[in-house]
Design a protein around this ligand. Structure first.
Ligand code: NG6
Ligand code: CA
Length: 525
């Protein structure tokens, strides 16, 4: 006789073969990654002039970290680390990349999206990429198939800005192709010289009619904005600067909707609030702080679009959301957009010193919120955590084992991320993407001798004399009092530990980089 088993019983009979896997929870995972959003920019971190109700909801319903770090003070290296679980200083050519750079992550290597894909997740990268595309610098076929890229390092789907909003090509790439490209109007890109017939910011008449540059941004002029790099063609595919966040948020919503019945991992890399800051008209003038403040409001709106979609699809309780930023804040980052003039009493880095590009904490200590209703107890955590830890922590969460050499700098800090432990890492490395490194260990911070920049643009150069700077961040979050001379043993011990971490793994990483002509484009100011 054919008996139909009740479903739970049938499942129980099938499951024993995979006890470990069955035990691992599979919440959806969403990373919302802001661009240049500082430790003090959001209301829940003390920001007073821009309302950020959606981010604040995450903070209210989740765990707000006050010692959460990006690995670097600029974008490319931080993004490299969050996705690979490796400090970017180990990898040659991992500073800010030009828009025609080759892919920085080794195809097929173990990455955060690859781990989650192995755990059965659908994985998507939506937003700013800035980790290079293709096998060789300058050799991308923007009119054909562009690979390797996100799809070769663990994502099933992508809809990306290839580099930054101020770098050409100013088009979206969907999976392997430029989105909305008209083949009769092919794209040409160069990072060496202007293209035939191209009028550049440097050579154009009536510069007053375009967004004026305060530094650089004097190559191609696209949508009335000077960019880095040269580009012609691809008119139908060009993004509209004031619509970027809307387009990206819509893509994110579509992805969540299409994967609603399946565990998914969404890496949502907003373009807000990076330059050129061109908020949508719905946000223009909303904050009284000019484009920088208005884009912050727009970022919050995009967060709201994602949260609303999760609510509508009843996925909120089964979704772990992490919100953070790739590096600290900057005011004048190369366009005259009044970020300084309209700042008022707002403190983009809160109590921290300096911001983007700097080895001071304002460069790397960033907003870091984890929200998983019912699983993560709301509150504030002092635990020391780094974005480089997400790979090992989510491997642990989803029951995935990492092989030797996989995600080498990533530590499993899941108990801290879930609020079950008040401590995370013992120490972490901060990097300014140039020569400067620092070690944060407990409340102490040691900075190697050298130079760094201070301020939020314009900057002051600061010399760091031997033996380096030593700060106690508990008493002195603004890194004002150098204790290296009064606490020489502490400074020496941290210097030794930093050097040990520095040489811990072979500085392997990109044997082919030289061949591919990879190079980092810009230095810190
Ligand atoms: C700098 C650009 C800056 C920004 C930065 C990268 C100039 C003068 N400055 O070189 O505008 O694009 O690179 O920012 O061109 S990041 O957030 O992607 O790291
Ligand atoms: Ca950035």
């Amino acid at each position: 006789m054919n008996k139909i088993l009740p479903l739970p019983l049938a499942a129980a009979l099938l499951c024993p073969v995979l006890p470990g896997l069955a035990a691992a929870p599979k919440p959806n995972i969403v990373i919302i990654y802001g661009d240049d959003i500082g430790f003090g920019d959001l209301q829940c971190y003390g920001g007073s002039r821009v309302r950020t109700p959606n981010v604040d909801r995450l903070a209210r319903e989740g765990l707000r970290f006050v010692n959460g770090y990006a690995t670097s003070a600029t974008c490319t290296p931080s993004r490299f680390s969050i996705l690979t679980g490796e400090y970017a200083f180990r990898r040659k050519g991992s500073g800010v990349l030009p828009g025609d750079a080759a892919l920085l992550i080794e195809p097929g290597s173990m990455t955060l999206p690859a781990i989650l894909r192995r755990a059965g997740y659908a994985t998507a990268a939506i937003g700013k990429w800035h980790l290079g595309l293709g096998a060789k610098r300058g050799a991308q076929d923007w009119n054909g198939v562009i690979k390797p890229g996100p799809l070769e390092v663990g994502f099933n789907h992508c809809f990306i800005i290839p580099a930054t909003p101020d770098r050409v090509p100013c088009v979206y790439v969907q999976d392997h192709r430029v989105f909305n490209l008209d083949p009769s109007d092919p794209i040409h890109v160069s990072y060496r010289h202007a293209l035939p017939g191209e009028v550049t910011y440097k050579t154009m008449d009536h510069r007053e009619l375009v967004m004026t540059s305060s530094a650089g941004h004097n190559n191609a002029v696209i949508n009335g904005i000077g960019r880095i790099g040269y580009m012609t063609g691809g008119k139908a595919a060009l993004w509209k600067d004031d619509e970027i966040e809307e387009v990206l948020a819509k893509q994110a919503v579509n992805f969540i909707e299409s994967e609603r019945n399946h565990p998914f991992f969404l890496y949502y890399a907003s373009h807000d609030i990076h330059v050129p800051r061109v908020p949508n008209k719905r946000f223009v003038g909303r904050t009284g702080m000019g484009p920088r403040g208005d884009e912050l409001a727009e970022f919050d709106w995009a967060v709201g679009q994602i949260l609303k979609t999760l609510d509508r699809l009843k996925l909120t309780d089964n979704t772990l959301v992490i919100l953070s930023s790739d590096n600290g804040p900057v005011l004048d980052d190369g366009y005259n957009d009044q970020a300084n003039q309209l700042l008022g009493n707002h403190k983009p880095a809160g109590p921290l010193r300096a911001g983007k590009y700097s080895i001071f904490d304002g460069g790397t200590r960033v907003p870091f919120i984890v929200c998983w209703p019912g699983k993560v107890k709301p509150g504030v955590s002092q635990a020391l955590v780094s974005q480089v830890d997400l790979a090992a922590s989510f491997a642990a969460l989803t029951g995935q084992r990492l092989g030797a050499g996989d995600c080498p700098d990533s530590q499993d800090v899941l108990p801290a991320l879930l609020g079950q432990s008040p401590t995370g890492r013992q120490s972490l490395v901060e990097w300014d993407q140039g020569r400067e490194k620092a070690l944060r260990a407990g409340d102490w911070k040691f900075v190697l001798p050298g130079r760094t920049c201070d301020g939020l643009g314009p900057w002051k150069r600061v010399k760091i004399p031997a033996p380096g700077f030593l700060f106690n961040l508990a008493d002195d979050p603004g890194e004002k009092t150098n204790l290296a001379n009064t606490h020489p043993h502490k400074a020496a011990a941290l210097a030794a530990r930093l050097s040990e971490i520095d040489s811990q793994f072979p500085r392997h990483a990109d044997p082919a980089a030289g061949l591919r002509g990879q190079r980092t484009e810009s230095k810190a100011p």
